[in-house]
Ligand binder design. Structure first.
Ligand code: ZN
Length: 396
């Protein structure tokens, strides 16, 4: 039996911020109180918040889910993500990584809990995007069956462009399997978004505002149609590289905070030192602000993580800290249907927690009541992928 009580000035509970004590026992949150009769540890200036659940993440700390993967890559990835407060994850993987992710989900591993595989594509429409090729496979139910089988029944979510021929059949198939459907990298006009919602429905918009038509005053595009629709969740990248602060303010006026899930969309360079990295014989540039660009100057995923994005919302968009934290924890938990188990701080829930300072740096992470990251001992050399560090060819 393990039991520990922490004191903190800021514990974000389901009922708001508490200055008090939280007791973790045998993996679960046992009690939150304003007094403590027994022994306790003092978290000092660190806030204790619900751990982050990132439902769209391709890699971190040099570990990539978009390359062929071994089990150790997935375990390294889960461990590295805990260093930025992530306690739950949907690895957003390419097909070559599905099997390893599925295997590791059945193992004991130390780090963010893996809740399933997220396949972003392959049925998408990326023709409008700078320098991205025009040809992608069209939606096909048999191909979808093959992909979900390769994921070992652990596909949790697939993103698809709903306007493509055959998309409705694929969406119906995914829903029949209990797999969430995201609307992504789409060339849809507003009419096609409304039609898809009416005929088959989908569950969430992939990185709202990115990879879709924006709002014009005579045509609100996919972005406007998604924001005017009800019953959807919205992934959003709030690093302020992908979407400007004013557009985020527009989004939050049109839909309540409860509908948004903060995501990183990070790739494997995220978390590594800024500089130039070689990948598939091409250079990728990572700067201090989290921009990752290819040699054509196109944004290739994000170099930042959700905890950083929470800080951006609080410091530059005027979102209250509590709302920003919830967009990264209980909202994605609700989206995934695991809100009774995790996603917030309440007595009886699993102890998935992050200890965070006022600069939005994570110092300690608990998953299931076990410490899986401690800033004092888990230094970069211990959590980064050493192979990725070898691909760094120049400093920033
Ligand atoms: Zn992505």
């Amino acid at each position: 039996m393990s039991k520990i009580t922490w004191k903190s000035k800021r514990i974000l509970t389901e009922n708001g911020m508490v200055n008090g004590y939280i007791t973790i026992e045998d993996g679960y949150i046992r009690d939150i109180s304003d007094h403590c009769d027994g022994a306790y540890q003092d978290a000092g200036e660190l806030g204790i918040y619900p751990g982050i659940i990132d439902i769209h993440n391709h890699g971190f700390g040099g570990w990539s889910m978009t390359d062929p993967c071994e089990d150790e890559d997935v375990r390294g990835y889960a461990k590295a993500l805990a260093s930025v407060g992530v306690t739950g994850i949907l690895p957003t993987a390419k097909e070559d990584a599905f099997e390893a992710v599925a295997r590791v989900m059945d193992q004991d591993y130390e780090g963010a809990a893996i809740y399933g595989i997220h396949s972003e594509g392959p049925f998408w429409a990326r023709g409008g995007e700078n320098t991205v090729g025009m040809s992608w496979p069209l939606p096909d139910v048999e191909e979808t069956k093959r992909l979900t089988a390769r994921a070992g029944g652990k596909m949790a979510m697939m993103a698809i462009a709903p306007e493509l021929p055959g998309a409705y059949d694929v969406i119906r198939y995914l829903h029949a399997q209990g797999i969430k459907v995201a609307c992504c990298h789409t060339a849809a006009h507003s009419r096609e978004i409304y039609d898809a919602l009416e005929h088959v429905g989908f569950d969430i918009a992939t990185h709202l505002g990115n990879g879709m038509q924006g709002i014009h005053h005579r045509d609100v595009g996919a972005l406007g149609a998604l924001l005017l629709s009800e019953g959807l969740y919205y992934e959003v990248i709030t690093d302020l590289n992908h979407i400007c602060a004013d557009m985020l303010k527009i989004m939050f006026r049109l839909q309540p905070y409860e509908k948004f899930c903060l995501i990183s969309d990070s790739n494997y360079i995220a978390g590594l030192p800024a500089g130039t990295y070689m990948r598939y014989g091409r250079k990728m540039f990572a700067d201090e602000k989290g921009l990752i660009l290819n040699s054509d100057g196109r944004i290739c995923g994000s170099g930042k993580w959700v905890l950083y994005n929470i800080g951006q919302l609080v410091n530059h968009v005027g979102v209250p800290l509590e709302a920003a934290l919830r967009m990264a924890s209980i909202n994605p938990a609700r989206f995934l249907g695991i809100q009774e188990k995790t996603g917030s701080i309440r007595s009886g829930k699993r102890a998935d927690l992050m200890f965070v300072d006022e600069q939005f740096v994570c110092h300690r992470t608990y998953v299931g009541g076990k410490i899986v990251f401690d800033r004092l001992t888990d230094t970069g050399e211990r959590i980064f992928n050493p192979e990725a560090m070898k691909r760094r060819v120049e400093n920033a």
